[in-house]
Design a protein around this ligand. Structure first.
Ligand code: GLN
Length: 554
């Protein structure tokens, strides 16, 4: 007799892993979360990652980069925290807007819902309505990705007022589905110089504080300068109520990309699968990742790239976080080419003095990243003129592309009083102007999340540097800007040899400008932010072309 097999579509039980920080911030919660996500993905699980930021800003777009670091723009246009970039890079996937939230955005949803009678007349309260909205979003992100596992990084440190409602969301979700929620605490273990011994007490306190909110960690990742020894693991286990094998030693690493393998060796993915009852995902495939890590450690020839920007200095410190995606994008392409990247930050202001420009001879390639406002503009224009004339490979990103066009208008078209409307709206030649739909927004002060944001298509000119690099005639890239090349000047710029090798499909917006390869080894500017789509396992073709040209120039 023929057996009939009934197809059953089993509904999956999604699992939720929260990562919270103990003791202090800045010890790599984002990277830890990304690494955990990576090793779970390597077990064949479908994983998505969420970042929760505790501030009131509705998104990260209105914050000064020196305050907050890079603004990472998602495909659908949300301006988010740089950790979202880490998730996308580690997981090699695009994440949607639902995967990022701030206190401000959560409150905004709740208040808007209340204004639309969404609570049907009842009293709307901080608890449970705020944590409920957090949980609703986490579940929506799970559904959108059809994820087996959702990793949720809670910004800030336990014990702060700011993230208490997110901790309450953990408690509430865990009380609903205790078998499907795991909590990882990333804690910091100091080794005070005066004592010379690793101290566990701050971590014990952090666990106690977390406990007072009704949440207990299942795993403690012990971040420190050095590895945690057995004795201290025992101590943490005993006083923090976790099993000893769930205390994971996480000493400082040379590279953030070493961490997934380290966590895997320490048994993190196995421990999490045990805790969450995930079976049938016993093989771990980190082959591609390991190949990338190996490439990143090669000792091949160096390629020296200068990044000329303005958001570097904060008191006595240099901030490299502001351009983190650019930095990583250069690295991925260099590794792919078997090169060791040496990246130097140069402050644009230093090049106001033209005598300093000779400095640039030390570098194989120069990149001017995105930016806003007038600081450093003069220096950047001088740099661009110099590298154009000296034929040093140049890559301009967003503002770096606009300034490249301004420099050309000023020095090749010989126009006097050239500017962008952003800096000097009264200049005679506004070679860069505000986009039509932006004018009213700026006038009325509607500045939050209102730029041209997210992914748009560009069509490429056959045979151009860009088209050859992409090996394609149409690309999708992410944007973040209000100003663009003024089309009135395009004919004159074209006549003098500048090529607009990428435009919006209707031909209206100039998306890529370049000089032909017969005139310059690499002089390319892009209106968009290619760095946001560069991935370790999938470097960005334009960065690869730039790094390659830089190396060949050397
Ligand atoms: N300030 C410029 C604009 O708004 C460039 C923005 C950027 O570099 N991201 O158009």
């Amino acid at each position: 007799m023929k057996k009939t097999t009934k197809k059953t579509s089993r509904k999956k039980t999604p699992k939720f892993i929260f990562v919270v920080g103990g003791v202090m911030s800045g010890v790599g919660k984002g990277v830890a979360s990304s690494s955990i996500a990576t090793i779970l993905q390597a077990r064949g699980l479908s994983v998505t990652a969420i970042k929760i930021d505790p501030y009131i800003n509705v998104d990260a777009g209105t914050m000064n980069p020196t305050e907050h670091g890079e603004v990472f723009v998602l495909k659908d246009g949300l301006e988010t925290d740089q950790d979202m970039g880490n998730y996308e890079r580690f997981l090699n996937t695009d994440l949607p807007a639902i995967n990022y939230m701030t206190t401000g955005s959560v409150y905004l949803s709740v208040i808007e819902k209340e204004r639309h009678l969404g609570y049907q007349g009842r009293n709307v309260q901080v608890v449970p309505d705020i944590p409920d909205e957090v949980i609703r979003r986490i579940k929506a992100a799970q559904a959108e990705a059809n994820a087996d596992v959702v990793l949720i990084e809670v910004g800030g440190t336990v014990g702060e007022y700011e993230n208490i409602l997110f901790i309450e969301a953990i408690r509430s979700l865990k009380s609903d589905c205790p078998d499907d929620v795991a909590v990882v605490m990333l804690s910091y273990l100091p080794v005070p110089g005066s004592v010379g011994e690793m101290k566990t007490k701050p971590t014990q306190h952090a666990v106690r504080v977390l406990g007072s909110s009704g949440v207990a960690p299942d795993i403690i990742i012990a971040r420190s300068k050095v590895a945690v020894d057995e004795k201290r693991k025992e101590k943490i286990a005993k006083f923090c109520n976790v099993r000893k094998e769930n205390v994971i030693s996480a000493p400082d690493m040379d590279s953030i990309y070493d961490i997934p393998e380290e966590y895997e060796k320490a048994g993190v993915s196995r421990r999490l699968c045990d805790i969450l009852g995930i079976r049938n995902h016993t093989t771990v495939d980190l082959k591609a990742w390991k190949r990338f890590v190996r490439q990143s450690k090669n000792t091949g020839q160096t390629v020296k790239i200068a990044v000329v920007g303005k958001y570097f200095n904060s008191g006595d410190f240099i901030l490299s976080d502001v351009y983190i995606s650019i930095l990583e994008a250069i690295k991925f392409s260099a590794y792919k080419l078997g090169l060791m990247p040496q990246i130097t930050y140069l402050s644009a202001a230093d090049f106001t003095d033209k005598k300093q420009l000779k400095e640039l001879k030390k570098y194989d390639g120069v990149l001017v990243p995105g930016g806003f406002g007038s600081t450093g503009i003069e220096g950047k224009l001088n740099v661009i003129e110099y590298v154009r004339k000296q034929k040093i490979p140049y890559f301009g990103i967003c503002y770096g592309m606009k300034l490249m066009v301004l420099e050309y208008a000023q020095n090749v078209l010989k126009l006097k009083q050239v500017s962008t409307e952003e800096i000097n709206p009264r200049a005679k030649h506004l070679v860069v102007g505000i986009m039509n739909d932006q004018r009213e927004k700026v006038r009325s002060g509607d500045m939050g999340g209102s730029m041209r944001l997210g992914q748009y298509e560009a069509v490429l000119k056959k045979g151009s540097q860009a088209q050859k690099a992409y090996k394609s005639y149409a690309v999708l890239e992410r944007h973040r800007h209000r100003y663009e090349v003024n089309n009135e000047y395009v004919p004159a710029l074209l006549e003098k040899g500048l090529v607009f090798s990428g435009t919006s499909p209707d031909g209206n917006l100039m998306e890529i400008a370049e000089l032909p390869s017969t005139q310059h080894p690499f002089f390319v500017g892009v209106q968009f932010h290619p760095e946001l789509q560069a991935r370790p396992l999938d470097p960005h073709p334009l960065f690869t072309a730039f790094v390659k040209a830089s190396y060949e120039h050397k």
